[in-house]
Ligand binder design. Sequence first.
Ligand code: TV7
Ligand code: CA
Ligand code: ZN
Length: 384
Amino acid sequence: SASCPDGQKRRVCYYYDSGIANVDYGPRHNMVPRRVDMAHALVRSYGLLDDMTRLRERPATEDEICAVHDHDYVDLLRDLTLGNKPVTCDVKAYGLNKVVNGSIDNPVIPGMWDYCQRYSGGSLTAARALAAGEADIAINWSGGMHHACSGKASGFCYVNDITMAVTELLAHFRRVLYLDIDVHHGDGVEAAFADSNRVMTVSFHQCTEGFFPFKNGLVDDVGEGTGIYRTLNVPMKEGMDDEGYHRMFRPIMARVMEVFQPEAIVMQCGADSLFGDKLGRLNLSIGGHARCVAFMRSFNVPLLLLGGGGYTVNHVAACWCYETAVAVGKEIHDDIPSHWYDHYYQDQGYKIHYPVKQGRNKNDNGREAYIATTTNKVLDHLSK
Ligand code: TV7
Ligand code: CA
Ligand code: ZN
């Protein structure tokens, strides 16, 4: 019954570490690590584990994390969690425990260091499976923490597993493409490789007044020095739907593959670009989001799929389960099988593909033709 859209099978490796399920950012925080456990439970309930090789759990070592982070920041993450250091006000210099309007983006939480080791170990292990030629596609839905900087936490991200994975791939592949469909700009990864001519970073994101990370990710931000034109940004207004998104995504990514010819692809699949997200204001359906994955898969280049944002947890889990099916090349039925978390899907009628209620798409109000203009600007950068 396995029907594959492009008629080709792929060897898929899958990383899942149950130690992440109980990590808690705090009672009102939007980031809920349990969504990865929900996605995993759904993957299992559809029988998809039989179509993949399960990678062995291996937390990243301190040395592996120090390869892309400052030593003093790594020491702090470790010592704070193990209780060796009292939480003093100087943690704020590292992006931790900053209170704004009574809330904290990057709280110091129980098990923080262990959590960082686990999700980043997953991305590293997955990258190594690709580098060793053991898989065509490797998956770590607990990774994708694109905002973390070398010396500080940012946007719910403590350690940048993506930068770690790309660095690992660069030891084996000449050129690595980083693609980011999270609703937020992939600033941490972009900054890490802005001057590299061996890494091209491409981020699609919402870019509106007051939306995190604020000033970054403009269409004319194209990298610097030897890396110039190897940074691409595709900013969008609120309300972007599947049709408009793909009118930008397809020509841009087809051209990226043509001119950059990457030997490996790292794709951050943040699910906060879906309709109904608690933070994002784009209107992608799960089908539209997954078509991005299917499109990148069709080039048959080693592909690392990572998670990222996603704050309406039932949507996120359904999305990443469906994308796991896309990776293995199986069509799964729309009715969510009965399993431990099935009550979470009541609001969406126990279906994977929940309906998108289309509001106003501020990207195309006829006159401005924002989609065409932005696509052409990006294609122009690519021609250089
Ligand atoms: C990859 N937006 C991460 C996206 C990170 C976005 C932000 C919140 C937020 C945090 C909360 C909370 C929130 C309703 C939403 C300038 C601020 C304003 C809040 C502490 N409710 C990813 C980060 C972004 C935390 N941060 O790309 C606890 O929204 O806009 C900001 C910064 C300062 C901090 N305050 C928000 O998806 C994984 N934070 C409720 C409780
Ligand atoms: Ca993005
Ligand atoms: Zn995000």
